[in-house]
Design a protein around this ligand. Structure first.
Ligand code: FMN
Length: 306
């Protein structure tokens, strides 16, 4: 029997492992390493209505146990997704769940792109990114302001006919407050965390290393922050959580599930180890067998204080 099987927002997922937006391209970039159908689902690179070229200058800088990035939502736009990318995924036999990460600079743009996504039947769910730290308008500014986060969620929920996951920013004082607000305004699930705002300086030039000055920190360095936030939010909302931030092994994934996450998502960890999602899947299955679990979900939230 499949011990990793999970029902997430009324849809059956073969396993709880997703790949995070921006770290798995548009679904086929890693196909020489493994078949994406091995995953519970794939979250595509952040998408906007119009194509974006992203930020200029250096976009990635290494940091201790992580990276800073300021890609700036480079993407081909919704038309190319609809006419080329999704048909090609299907042509290549991709039948795992497809989650699209949507972005905008105004509430109207978020609403508009949500309407467009409705028309693409192959898309199973939507992840509303109100947490990108690398764009001037929209992004994190939406996710860090409770009122705007609520309004954006509400307006998108009104028009969207697919399950809605809202992706939260860790760059806030009170993550529980924002989580509750997006829940009240119609989020079906929460994903967390996006990257933490950071910076590096080139000491030879005395200038910021990244073209955008600041970037988003991801990788193992952020994991304890992410686990803490999932743990806090899971005890204060009634909707499921996709946990992510620095997952580098199956043990890390177990931490997120014990903290209350239903699903886990792998981002930066796939860059140095493209086989990581498969290793996590195998490790989680062995963990269930070793601990006599009927299903991995049996350990969800067991770290909560009684
Ligand atoms: C290069 C890069 C690009 C990213 N692009 C997006 C994006 O387009 N949309 C989004 O919601 N998150 C984006 N993220 C954030 C990740 O999806 C994830 O939330 C974050 O990196 C934390 O997980 P990790 O430590 O496992 O990478 C990006 C992260 C990286 C490293």
């Amino acid at each position: 029997m499949n011990k990793l099987n999970v029902n997430f927002l009324g849809i059956n997922f073969d396993n709880p492992i997703l790949t995070s937006s921006g770290c798995f391209g548009f679904g086929l970039e890693y196909k020489d390493y493994f078949n994406p159908n091995e995953l519970g689902g794939i979250v595509l690179k952040g998408l906007t209505l119009e194509p974006r070229t992203g930020n200029i200058g250096t976009r990635i800088a290494e940091t201790p146990s992580g990276i800073l990035n300021c890609v700036g939502l480079e993407n081909p736009g919704i038309d190319v997704l609809e006419k080329e990318i999704i048909p090609n995924l299907k042509k290549q036999g991709i039948n795992t769940k497809i989650i699209v990460n949507i972005n905008g600079s105004t509430v109207e743009q978020y609403v508009e792109i949500a309407k467009r996504v409705n028309e693409i039947k192959e898309i199973d769910m939507v992840e509303l990114n109100i947490s990108c730290p690398n764009v001037k308008d929209g992004g994190m500014a939406f996710g860090a302001n409770p009122e705007v986060a609520g309004k954006t969620t509400r307006e998108v929920r009104k028009v969207l006919n697919k399950p809605l996951i809202v992706k939260l920013s860790p760059n806030v004082t009170n993550i529980v407050e924002i989580a509750k607000i997006v829940e009240e305004n119609g989020a079906d699930a929460i994903s967390m965390i996006n990257t933490l705002l950071g910076m590096r300086i080139d000491i030879n030039k005395g200038t910021p290393i990244l073209g955008n000055t600041f970037g988003g920190l991801s990788g193992p360095a952020v994991r304890p922050v992410a686990v803490r936030m999932v743990y806090q939010v899971a005890q204060n909302v009634n909707i499921p959580i996709v946990g992510m931030g620095g997952i580098n092994s199956w043990e890390d994934a177990v931490e997120f599930i014990m903290a209350g996450a239903t699903m886990v998502s792998i981002g930066t960890g796939i860059f140095p180890n493209p086989l990581l999602p498969l290793e996590v899947k195998e490790g989680l299955n062995n963990y269930c067998i070793k601990n006599n679990l009927k299903n991995l979900q049996d350990i969800k939230g067991i770290a909560f204080k009684k």
